[in-house]
Design a protein around this ligand. Sequence first.
Ligand code: CTP
Length: 408
Amino acid sequence: MKAVRLLLDKNIVVGVTGGISAYKTVALCSRLVKAGALVDVILTDAAAEFVRPLTFQALTHRPVITEMFSLLQETEIGHVSLGKRADLMIIAPATANTLAKLAHGFADNMLTTTALACRNPILVAPAMETAMWDNPATRANLQILRQRGVCVVGPAEGHLASGASGTGRMSEPEELFRAARWAMSRRQPMTDVRVVVSAGGTQEAIDPVRFIGNHSSGKMGYALAQAASDRGADVVLIHGPTSLAKVYGVEDVAVESAEKMCAAVLEAVSDADALIMAAAVADYRPATNTAHKIKKSDRTMNLNLVRTQDILSAVAKNRDGNNRLKAVIGFAAETESLVANARDKLSRKRLDLIVANNVSSDDSGFSVDTNRVTLIDSAGKADELPLLQKQEVAEIIIDRLMGLIKRN
Ligand code: CTP
């Protein structure tokens, strides 16, 4: 996994309290380190019974703070300064006891003292038995923490340490990582910007079991939604069927057909600053969609197709009446005359920027993680980018989007 710009060289303090799910926090720390963060781990005495400090130390390449060594470490690290310099503090697992202490401002160990000194976002991942989770005292403590801006992730439902099943399982490391990324993004420059992104391919039904589709995986659009969210934007992701994991903190709108996508986009842009149409929308759909499965026969089968609405053209039509919409970015999937075709689409669809990509090349376009694109602006200026990861292409497009929003 490549570094995540938002997390690069950021100080993240991970506090671990005593719970069997502490082993999952090891995976979370590994994920944060791979993303480029500087991770300091604090273990309570109880946590050190579940996972050895050395496990965390080997992963983070930094000294792990435990109660036993805290007096010694105090002179070297200083828990107050650790809390003060933390860009984010994550407490995972957070027991009912630690949540109670946090809610009431206790500072009776290294972890709670550090939390009290932390001036930046705090994320907690509760983990406990269902009865403790359901207890009004725990609920009230959570309420206090939420009101104070603490981000609470989980707990999930499932198998618990006692052998029972219910709510109380700590969320999975991947979800915690995504939530941490989102919590960090809320202080970025685009927090007052609402961006609509479309992604994936549409499916046009022929009958209840068949459809016309395309090879779009949705990867480029999802990378754009993530990159915009990382800058703090409020993102609506409207997507066709895809197997990709949801982008944390993003409003997720799943559609199937071009018609449904068009309705969803038109509704979302009425209240947005920008639209990025990365979706591969079907240009035609079957003229009829039969309610019953079409049975085969020995005769040739003809399928009548009719045009779908061009979503960008529909947005362009309404654009004069929408003062909030400052930037519209489209894509041009081409197999020949890349720049000329893209320029034509840019002016026909009244775009501010078009991202042209050659979908006939193996390292660019559908399903792969890389893309080779040319960005063309409304003045016709073409900027050819080298082969990049889709995530990197997305970062560059969001940089350009920020410029367009400022300009318009
Ligand atoms: N698009 C759209 N509505 C459609 C089809 C495409 O809004 N019904 C958008 C795409 O999301 C993309 C841009 O238009 O941002 C260009 O899509 P592309 O498929 O490259 O071009 P088309 O306009 O469909 O033209 P052609 O298929 O003839 O190349």
